[in-house]
Structures are given as structure tokens and as C-alpha cells.
Design a binder for this molecule. Structure first.
Ligand code: HSE
Length: 426
């Protein structure tokens, strides 16, 4: 490292910001050449250390626009518009380097940020934006630079994984476990992005853009969340040898890409099905390394701050800075309708003759073949009905959706049929 001080301006002292201050104070390498020239935070915070004695404190991050005394801006405010966007764009235009944990901003302005980097010869790093404590950006950007990546999939949202794992482990419904996740500080203050798949889609868009060198917008990703996953389906899937996980998947084949986010059944033997709780797991398939799996804490102050600090340290070593190209390739999107795979279906029906043949008729019409079937007699106080669970062999999603649409209108169907996709990962 050079002897010159590298000046850092930090914007946002929330969970990750506090984690970063902690790490800066306890950073194992005391010889660091980092100096914190400014901290902008709306909230009051305390740092009692000589390290911060020359630090200017701003109550509003927008004051950083008129501030110039830094080499690296560390943006930890979040949000894809407003002050976080303004200070990041401003810093890159001032030819400063930027480190951010802001997945919404990086995924939304991928193209613009790369153009700014190229034009101003500045660098933006965003390791903390995807899977907090897993260095997946460095894996794709640096380690696998000699490999052709074919597919990336995994569990990218710790909150959803915590909820799905604990619903089953503690026999509680979605709402109760979401409450626990919020109390433990795993879920975002507005947990809707965690549970509706948006957070996973933001992260997937970044991984996909980076791995396949294009501009994959989050809005192109069809995402389904876990908010409608029921405890009984987790239990039935468990008894059939599967775990239910919120999956993010991006894959390229002959310049066509798939980007899907949905809860699905995974065989308990697969790498990522074993990963429970707030942990994230990411599998990267590439031509020479074959299959590489990375597991770690996907959220939380210290794992995420570790990613932030690693980017800062990397940028502060001038020898290893590298410039990214902003020439993107165009790939065609493969729609979810053309997904070819198997399904888990749970029908709630009258318990009478003709039900199975009614379902089977539609399956025949849409070329869907059953793999397994189980029927459970179910009762309310006054009534008897049937719960029928069917898993299928692979078929096209379009056919499955059409068949389910027809089946749901049959007179013996009591509730809208529950479906989950099954992914055949080993
Ligand atoms: N809220 C995210 C999660 C962590 O639960 O994984 C920050 O990306």
C-alpha cells in the first residue's frame, strides 16, 4: 500500500454503516492508510476514537455534493432515487471512486453507472449489494474471469430463507415467523421487498448483468415471492423429500437468457437445500470450474460491512484497480412461459368419483404427465373433502398454466390450486 492517506466519506449510518464503523475501529490491520474525512447521517451516532477526530459530520448526505475532500464515497443510505443516487452520480462525475451496498441503485442504473465510470475513469464497487457476507461479485468479476459462466442460482434473500426454514422447524405460519424475523432485525424495515421477491430480483439482475455482460433490468425479471407459501405445502414437500426455497436463477444458452425468481421445491440432497436460516447460498456453474457453491450470511451489519470494507481496501490499493468496460451485449430473454420443468400441485376438491379423471383429462389435453400422487382425506367440522398432491414430470409452464386454469374452473375444485415449481438441482 502507498503511504498516502486515502480519505473516505461515509453516507448513511444505519445497520451497515454502524457495522462499518465497528470494523474500522477494530480492523485487524492497524497500519491502514484510511482516514474518515466525513460522515453524513440523519441519525445521531457515537464514535469515541482518535480515528475520527478529524472527521466532519454532516446531518444531510446532500451536503456531500459541495464537499470534495475524499477519495472514496461509501454510500450506505439505500434507495434507487433521491440523495443516494445524487451523491453516487456526483462522486463518479468528480472522478472519485464509490463503494455502495445499494442493490436497487446498482441494478436500476447499471448502464448509466458503467458509462460514468468509463467517462470519468472512476470505479464503483458493490460487493455488499449482493449476499452480504459472500464475496460473489469478486468471484464472478475476478476469480472466474477465465471461465465462461453458464448459470447462477441460489438463495439470495436471508429473510425469506429464515422464514421458510423456521415455518417448518417451529410449525408456525408465515406471519408469525415474519414477525420473529423483524424482531431479530433480519427483515428490511419494509419487509415487502424481502418476501415478494424484489430484493432477490435486484441481486439477480446484478449477478446476471455482471456474468453475461449486459444490462439486465430488474423489471425484466419475473419474480414471485413467498408471501403465499403455506405451512402445509412445506410439510408435504418435506415428506416427499424436498425443501421449499426462494430461488433466484439466471442462465445463458446461445445468447438467450433466463432470469427467474420463485419459491420452488428442491431435493433435500441438492447443495442449496441444506442451507437454512438467514444464510444465503449461491451456485455458479462455469465451463472449467464446473460447479462452485458459496454459503454465508446474506444480511446483517458485520458480514455486509466486511464486503464494504473489502471494496474500500481494494480501491485504496492503486495497483489493483481495474476499469470495467461499458460495452454491453444484447441477449434475448427467455420467458417463464417456456420454462420446461416439473411441478408440485396441491388440489383441494370434493371427495367423490370423477375428480381424478377430471384432472387427468386436462393433463392429457396439455401433455402433462404425472410422476406421483397422494390423496389425504381432509375434514372440517361439517364437511369432508380431499387434498390431492401431484408431482409431475417435466412439461412447459405455458401448458401447466393453461391446464390449471381449466382445472380451477371444474365444479369439484374447492380452492384455487396451489402450485410450486420443482428444480432438479443436485
Ligand atoms: N434484507 C436482505 C435479506 C439483506 O434478507 O437477505 C440485504 O440485502
Amino acid at each position: 500500500m502507498s503511504n498516502n492517506k486515502i480519505k473516505i466519506a461515509i453516507a448513511g449510518i444505519g445497520t451497515v454503516g454502524k457495522g462499518l464503523l465497528d470494523l474500522l475501529l477494530k480492523y485487524k490491520n492497524n497500519e491502514t492508510n484510511l482516514e474518515i474525512s466525513a460522515i453524513a447521517s440523519r441519525r445521531k451516532f457515537k464514535v469515541e476514537s482518535r480515528k475520527f477526530k478529524n472527521t466532519l459530520i454532516f446531518a444531510d448526505a446532500k451536503e456531500l455534493i459541495d464537499f470534495d475532500d475524499y477519495d472514496i464515497l461509501v454510500e450506505l443510505i439505500g434507495g434507487d432515487e433521491g440523495v443516494s443516487k445524487n451523491i453516487v452520480f456526483d462522486a463518479l462525475k468528480k472522478k472519485k471512486n464509490v463503494v455502495t451496498a445499494n442493490k436497487a441503485l446498482v441494478s436500476k442504473y447499471w448502464r448509466e453507472l458503467h458509462s460514468l465510470m468509463k467517462k470519468n475513469e472512476s470505479i464503483l464497487k458493490y460487493e455488499a449489494a449482493v449476499a452480504g457476507g459472500i464475496p460473489i461479485i469478486k468471484v464472478i468479476d475476478e476469480f472466474l474471469v477465465s471461465n465462461r459462466i453458464k448459470k447462477i442460482y441460489g438463495i439470495l434473500n436471508g429473510t425469506s430463507n429464515f422464514i421458510l426454514s423456521n415455518m417448518l422447524a417451529y410449525d408456525k405460519n408465515f406471519k408469525k415467523i415474519l414477525n420473529d424475523a423483524q424482531k431479530l432485525g433480519y427483515a428490511e424495515s419494509d419487509p415487502s421487498f424481502d418476501v415478494d421477491g424484489t430484493d432477490t430480483a435486484h441481486k439477480l439482475s446484478i449477478l446476471s448483468s455482471l456474468a453475461f455482460n449486459y444490462n439486465n433490468k430488474t423489471e425484466n425479471i419475473k419474480n414471485e415471492g413467498i408471501q403465499n407459501v403455506e405451512l402445509q405445502d412445506l410439510k408435504i414437500a418435506d415428506s416427499l423429500g424436498y425443501k421449499v426455497k426462494l430461488l433466484g436463477l439466471t442462465e445463458i444458452e446461445k445468447k438467450k437468457v433466463k432470469n427467474f425468481v420463485y419459491p420452488c421445491l428442491l431435493s433435500k440432497d441438492s447443495f442449496i437445500a441444506k442451507v437454512d436460516g438467514v444464510y444465503n447460498a449461491i451456485v455458479v456453474e462455469s465451463d472449467f470450474c464446473k460447479k462452485s457453491c458459496f454459503i454465508g450470511e446474506g444480511a446483517g451489519a458485520h458480514p455486509t460491512a466486511t464486503s464494504v470494507l473489502s471494496d474500500i481496501i481494494r480501491l485504496s490499493d492503486k495497483r489493483i484497480n481495474q476499469k470495467k468496460s461499458s460495452v454491453f451485449v444484447k441477449h434475448k430473454e427467455i420467458s417463464l412461459e417456456s420454462r420446461f420443468g416439473s411441478y408440485y400441485l396441491r388440489f383441494t376438491t370434493d371427495d367423490r368419483s370423477g375428480v381424478i379423471s377430471g384432472i387427468a383429462n386436462q393433463f392429457k389435453k396439455y401433455n402433462i404427465s404425472m410422476k406421483s400422487m397422494l390423496q389425504k382425506e381432509s375434514r372440517t367440522k361439517s364437511d369432508r373433502y380431499a387434498t390431492i398432491v401431484i408431482t409431475t414430470h417435466s412439461c412447459f409452464e405455458k401448458n401447466m398454466m393453461q391446464a390449471l386454469d381449466k382445472i380451477n374452473r371444474l365444479n369439484f375444485i374447492r380452492n384455487k390450486t396451489v402450485y410450486l415449481r420443482i428444480e432438479d438441482f443436485k
